[in-house]
Write a new protein. Structure first.
Length: 358
């Protein structure tokens, strides 16, 4: 370490020996970088000097006229050098180092197209996306090891598809008052509900008005139901099959259906009783033996039947005009008419009116 300057040299008083000593001391100070434990007393603005803080800490410092600025720190023990400046530039451009690494440093040495690594999604970790992702036309995203599901837009329509198993759309709000809506926007930009799916009901809409709703008992339809083919009521082994009609006069429902026990159609009358339904027969054959329930005809008898008395009826063998009942001679009885017949009164002696009731 050496800190010396030439001081004032007076040619009239400074001998050659003194001048040699001054020059030698100043040379030692310059060679050692004006090294010393503190700033030289002769320092002026712009002096570079070395501060020997300890055996392992030597600092090259710049005196700005007021204070010292450490530029380089040297450790003579392990031969390491570190720059102590806050910012280092080359031709006005900052030099990248670990101290100014990271977003916001203004440096691009650790970025891709000016974007820091934090701006990219890491496919190997859970990542929060904090900005909007935009996928252009005909760009699709695929999900699953075998690209089993896809989402995309082709410029005119949007698609979502699944190539394996079931496709689940779930609402996990844990609420009895929220569900899954399907909506469509009209030409004026107004959203209209098309369907609502909840755990205990499904609603189908027309122009935001509910037209079909499911509940625990079945389905309620508001408006007409138009079938272009058959409508089926009941199922195999399900017993009687019924449809209900509302009676505004009595403010009650009236039943119409198929009664398995009576093997015919029945209807509820205004008195609340269930009665078999009579149907119109359109047969033209004189040999017909099967007529609908409710059909009436006149048959000859060998003895007047009681009212509502039950007798089997037959085609008359003597002509194509008459029927006879079971009391007629066997020679007069042809094919037996199908079903159960009951007398409904006399048209004349030994001639009774019969009605098929089963």
């Amino acid at each position: 370490m050496a800190q010396n300057n030439l001081g004032t040299i007076d040619p009239t008083t400074t001998t050659g020996t003194d001048l040699a000593t001054l020059l030698s001391n100043f040379d030692a100070a310059v060679i050692s970088g004006h090294s010393g434990p503190s700033r030289p007393t002769y320092a002026s603005q712009g002096l570079l000097w070395t501060g020997a803080v300890s055996a392992t800490d030597h600092r090259v410092q710049y005196f700005d006229g007021t204070e010292d600025i450490t530029l380089i720190t040297v450790n003579p023990t392990d031969n390491t050098i570190s720059l102590a400046v806050k910012a280092l530039t080359v031709d006005g451009s900052p030099v990248w180092h670990s101290g100014n690494d990271g977003a916001g440093s203004g440096l691009d040495a650790d970025t891709v197209d000016g974007l820091h690594a934090s701006a990219f999604v890491n496919s190997g970790t859970n990542t929060d996306v904090t900005a909007t992702w935009r996928f252009l036309d005909n760009i699709y995203t695929y999900w699953g090891n075998s690209h089993d599901m896809g989402i995309g837009h082709n410029g005119s329509s949007s698609y979502m598809w699944n190539n394996t198993g079931h496709f689940y759309i779930q609402n996990r709000h844990h609420s009895n008052s929220s569900g899954i809506y399907i909506q469509d926007e009209d030409s004026a930009g107004t959203n209209h509900s098309c369907a609502l799916f909840e755990h205990d009901r499904v609603l189908l809409y027309y122009d935001n008005a509910v037209k079909l709703q499911t509940d625990g008992s079945g389905v309620t339809v508001t408006g007409r139901v138009h079938a272009t083919d058959r409508m089926y009521v009941g199922n195999n082994g399900g017993g009687d099959s019924w449809t209900s009609y509302y009676d505004d006069n009595s403010n009650t429902w009236r039943e119409f259906g198929w009664d398995d026990s009576q093997n015919c159609f029945v209807a509820e009358e205004n008195d609340g009783g269930i009665h078999k339904v009579g149907l119109v027969d359109t047969q033209s054959s004189t040999g017909a033996t099967n007529f609908p329930i409710g059909h009436t005809l006149i048959a000859s008898a060998n003895g007047n039947p009681d009212r509502n008395g039950s007798r089997s009826l037959h085609l008359y063998t003597g002509n194509n005009d008459q029927y006879v009942d079971s009391t007629s001679p066997s020679g007069n009885k042809g094919s037996t008419l199908v079903g159960t017949w009951r007398a409904r009164g006399l048209a004349n002696t030994n001639i009774a009116l019969y009605c098929r009731i089963g």
